[in-house]
Design a protein around this ligand. Structure first.
Ligand code: ADP
Ligand code: MG
Length: 334
């Protein structure tokens, strides 16, 4: 199936309707799932181990067949597609990466363009572009073998290979799970930057709520038994959990997490008058998050923070203002 044509631009890129998976032994892995993913959107599936995240992902590219319901990509039923062709339009990144251990990095990435019938020279050039794209210098890393790379570098190769066919849809299963927290943060940042450029439709599975709210335009929280507990933007998930399960899953630190995902809102700034400059902690850029703002107030041990856009002073933010902005962000995204 050709999943590249933008036949119906407003239709969701991926639509799951009443999708279920019961394994032959009776295990209900996914229960009656309805989920839409918009074109260019990054959606995170998050939840405890065994709640059906990987099963859901693998049903989208037909590595697993659903036992009920319907899955459409770009308006077309995937069950009617040739699974091999379907998978070529969908990049797939997994934690164990699946690099060929006895092939050089360059060859690992070249595999995909070669599969499409590209000439060897073209495939090599494409592999180099992709390695560059994910921040690996092809002249340094191209000739190495997978075991000569760090976990984070191997993960980047996995992403490069998944992007090799330039698929409009990317499925990622715990892609940053195998690396230490510092490297994970860096890979997350890199991928967000890449995604802003490439605007793929991405479904990313993680068990880490921090990763989900950081990466996802929207986040689907799964509960045990493959039940979708809430599907929402991060601010609402953290600010208005749908039930006790979600509240518990997003954790008692959800207030702090909300600061991290909420941008400063110009509407919540106060004028500078009446503030003695001794209370002022300097000025932060309006594109920062509320967490950045609070961190700066704490660091400077002050109660008022200036907010600027470029050289233009916009107003000030106080701890009260931060609280108001948090509350408003949940209401605004309702
Ligand atoms: P997650 O990715 O959220 O950790 P999975 O989608 O891998 O969860 O699994 C969902 C449930 O389905 C789990 O209870 C798991 O044990 C079960 N499961 C997965 N694969 C099979 C299988 N082939 N046969 C029976 N049960 C399975
Ligand atoms: Mg899994």
């Amino acid at each position: 199936m050709d999943v590249t044509g933008a036949s119906t631009p407003d239709a969701p890129m991926i639509r799951l309707s009443g999708v279920g998976k019961t394994y032959p032994d009776g295990t209900v892995a996914v229960h009656e799932l309805d989920l839409d993913v918009k074109r260019g959107e990054m959606v995170c599936l998050v939840g405890p181990s065994g709640c059906g995240k990987s099963t859901t992902l693998k049903m989208i590219n037909r590595l697993i067949e659903p036992t009920s319901g319907r899955i459409e990509i770009d308006g077309r039923d995937v069950t009617e597609a040739d699974p091999v062709k379907l998978r070529r339009g969908i990049g797939y990144v997994i934690q164990q990466i699946g690099l060929f251990p006895h092939q050089k990095i360059e060859t690992n990435v070249m595999t995909v363009p070669l599969l499409y019938g590209e000439k060897k020279s073209t495939a090599r050039q494409r592999a180099h572009e992709l390695l560059d794209l994910v921040g690996l210098d092809p002249s340094t890393f191209g000739d190495r073998y997978p075991h000569q790379l760090s976990g984070g570098q191997r993960q980047r190769v996995g992403v490069a290979r998944a992007l090799a066919a330039n698929p409009p849809v990317l499925l990622m299963d715990e892609p940053f799970g195998a690396v230490d927290p510092v490297v994970r943060g860096r890979l997350q940042d890199e991928f967000l930057r890449l995604q802003r450029e490439l605007e793929k439709t991405v479904v990313l599975v993680t068990h880490d709520i921090d990763e989900a709210v950081r990466m996802g335009d929207r986040v689907a929280v799964f509960a045990t038994g493959g039940r979708l507990a809430q599907y929402d933007v991060p601010a609402r998930l953290l600010g208005a959990p749908a039930d006790d399960f979600v509240a518990d899953f997003v954790g008692s630190e959800r207030g702090l997490r909300r600061l991290r995902v909420t941008p400063i809102d110009e509407a919540h700034l106060e004028p500078l008058d009446g503030v003695s400059t001794g209370d002022l902690a300097g000025a932060i850029d309006v594109d920062s998050t509320l967490e950045d703002a609070l961190a700066m107030l704490m660091r400077e041990d002050k109660s008022v923070l200036g907010v600027k856009r470029g050289a233009v002073f916009l107003g000030v933010l106080t701890p009260n203002g931060i609280h108001r902005a948090l509350r408003a962000s949940v209401e605004a995204s309702a």
